[in-house]
Design a protein around this ligand. Structure first.
Ligand SMILES: Cc1cc2nc3c(=O)[nH]c(=O)nc-3n(C[C@H](O)[C@H](O)[C@H](O)COP(=O)(O)OP(=O)(O)OC[C@H]3O[C@@H](n4cnc5c(N)ncnc54)[C@H](O)[C@@H]3O)c2cc1C
Length: 395
């Protein structure tokens, strides 16, 4: 029964390996020809992740779904068991333009929006959540250098990160400072033309297998204002790695695949001479799961749109999306496992892996700080505003 869910995917056309930029500006006619199978797959389905997307966005999604189905899903169980960092597959993803999705085009980025990146990460996650989660971190590293680095740094690092000739990691967490990352203690002291870095980082995705590390270090006062980012290359430094061992859009992909598999399983599995899906309780449960999935997608895409628009509400919306979608999607995956009964617990069934991979998204990047952020900064502001409206003298 390995990768049983693969069988539940309908075939929807040959895999496309053109770069994503080539996909921009497809005529509507060509797009329809390319995507008719995808449309068939989700015909009249409320959980259709392409609802509300433009033609171009649906095409990016199709390419990512094809890749998830053909290249990721068949391997995800093996990679999990063997703790594989799938270098070749990641490089093929870069060939599609997924190495630097929302990074500017002049140094090889794909120049897409955050919304489009979210759609792509969600689609890829239906094939393998943890590989896609790493890819999302790599994309963040490329974007950080492109957005905040000097021209020299952009020219040096962005092309090789976009092609995934080099892999990136983001190093914030320390053994003693997780949620309280603003207190980090890794130091960077200037010594002539160099900085000498001293300290330990923990839980770094890809750490040991990657080449370019964005390391958050203390160069100044206590608290967040005394922290700088330094690019460290593995090849010319003395870094010790021990115990080798990822986000919100990825949670959506895991939940999507889980809903589909639970719906399929409960149609096929009979108990008391009747398919599980004929029980009203099961139907209510599936409806709850679909509702959680769709509402999570709405808030994640709303947050991505706010980022694209550089809206001042973006940080708050992103925090809310993280808080809401990671909890809801984990619950969806957990419910899908429950609907599989004992089979859901077996490694042969992909639902357990979606649930495990989704669980960590509730931990990553912390939770209390999100709640604190939006409640302190935004909610109180808007409540104050409402309070002012409510208490404003009526004319
Ligand atoms: C698979 C995986 C991949 C990761 N990848 C990366 C990476 O690539 N780069 C990176 O920098 N980090 C990475 N991390 C680290 C991750 O961001 C941290 O684990 C996370 O920030 C939580 O920190 P912590 O584990 O130290 O937990 P702690 O900070 O010790 O928190 C423990 C618990 O206490 C709660 N808590 C903490 N403070 C408070 C408070 N004030 N009030 C109430 N509750 C509180 C937390 O919500 C949590 O439930 C990764 C972690 C994992 C598991």
């Amino acid at each position: 029964m390995a990768n049983k869910f693969v069988a539940s995917w309908r075939s929807f056309g040959p895999s496309s390996f053109q770069g994503i930029r080539h996909l921009r500006g497809l005529t509507a006619q060509k797009w329809k020809a390319n995507t008719r199978h995808t449309a068939c797959r989700y015909q009249s389905s409320i959980v259709d992740p392409s609802l509300g997307l433009t033609d171009d966005q649906m095409e990016f999604q199709r390419v990512a779904l094809d890749f998830a189905k053909n290249e990721l899903a068949p391997e995800m169980q093996k990679w999990d068991q063997e703790e594989t960092f799938p270098v070749d597959v990641l490089k093929r993803l870069a060939g599609l333009g997924f190495g630097a999705i929302y990074t500017k085009e002049d140094y090889g980025g794909s120049g897409l929006s955050r919304l489009e990146a979210s759609v792509i990460f969600e689609a890829l996650s239906t094939g393998c959540v943890s590989t896609t989660a790493y890819l999302s971190i790599h994309n963040m590293v490329a974007w950080m250098i492109d957005e905040f680095g000097s021209e020299e740094l952009r020219e040096k690092y962005v092309p090789t990160l976009a092609s995934m000739e080099k892999f990136g990691s983001y190093c914030l967490t320390e053994p003693g400072y997780g949620s309280d990352a603003a207190s980090l203690s890794t130091s960077a002291k200037r010594d002539g033309d160099y900085y000498i870095l001293n300290g330990s980082k923990a839980f770094i995705s890809g750490g040991g297998d990657t080449d370019v590390y964005i390391v958050m270090v203390r160069t100044g006062q206590e608290g967040p204002k005394g922290i700088s980012s330094v690019i460290v290359e593995k090849r010319n430094t003395r870094i010790e790695f021990w115990q080798e061992r990822e986000k919100t859009s990825c949670s959506l992909g895991a939940a999507q695949a889980s809903v589909e598999q639970a719906a399929e399983h409960t149609k096929v599995r009979k108990q008391f001479d009747t398919p599980l899906a004929d029980n009203q309780h099961i139907q209510f449960k599936l409806a709850d799961m679909a509702t959680s999935l769709v509402t999570s997608r709405l808030i994640v895409r709303q947050a991505a749109r706010a980022l694209d628009a550089k809206s001042p509400e973006a940080p708050t919306l992103c925090s809310m999306a993280k808080l809401f979608a990671t909890d809801q999607c984990f619950q969806v995956c957990n419910d899908a496992l429950q609907l599989h009964g004992g089979y859901g617990y077996l490694k042969d069934y992909a639902v357990q892996q979606y649930m495990r991979d989704c669980r960590v998204h509730q931990i990553l990047e912390g939770k209390p700080q999100h709640i604190a952020y939006y409640s302190r900064q935004s909610l109180s502001l808007s409540l104050n505003k409402r309070w002012r409206y409510a208490t404003a003298p009526r004319s």
